[in-house]
Design a protein around this ligand. Structure first.
Ligand code: ZN
Length: 133
């Protein structure tokens, strides 16, 4: 009988020792390892978020650039929109025919005058350009 009690006590002490060791291990794990894992995850998450943000901004800028470009068609040295209105090739703002009587287009912003020329380099009138657009 005494022999059995010793065995039980030894068994319980061993189990208690294991339990205490596990508890200490778990406590140390949750105290030091878990915050590090969380911090690492947080860093990765922020990096991922920042990368995603940058990629989205680049994508939006690219789409905007493509959209803006596709709004205009470069012909005869000027940009033209889909309604055949001329735009300054430098400023991309609407321009009008020069009031001096010449067949040039004048930009009020950059103060440049543009003569319409076809692919052969010949000067053409705004009427011709509009007819050929
Ligand atoms: Zn201009």
């Amino acid at each position: 009988m005494k022999h059995i009690l010793i065995k039980i006590r030894k068994f319980l002490l061993t189990k208690a020792a294991i339990w205490i060791a596990l508890s200490i291990g778990l406590a140390l794990f949750s105290k030091f390892i878990v915050p590090n894992i969380l911090a690492t995850l947080e860093d990765h998450f922020l990096t991922l978020l920042a990368t995603s943000l940058v990629l989205n901004i680049v994508l939006i800028a690219l789409l905007w650039f493509i959209y803006k470009r596709s709004q205009f068609k470069l012909k005869y040295g000027l940009y033209w929109n889909k309604k055949k209105k001329p735009y300054c090739p430098n400023c991309k703002i609407p321009i009008t025919v020069d009031k001096s009587g010449a067949q040039d287009y004048h930009c009020k912003k950059c103060q440049n005058s543009y003569t319409l020329k076809n692919k052969a380099g010949s000067i053409i009138t705004p009427e011709q350009a509009l007819a050929e657009l």
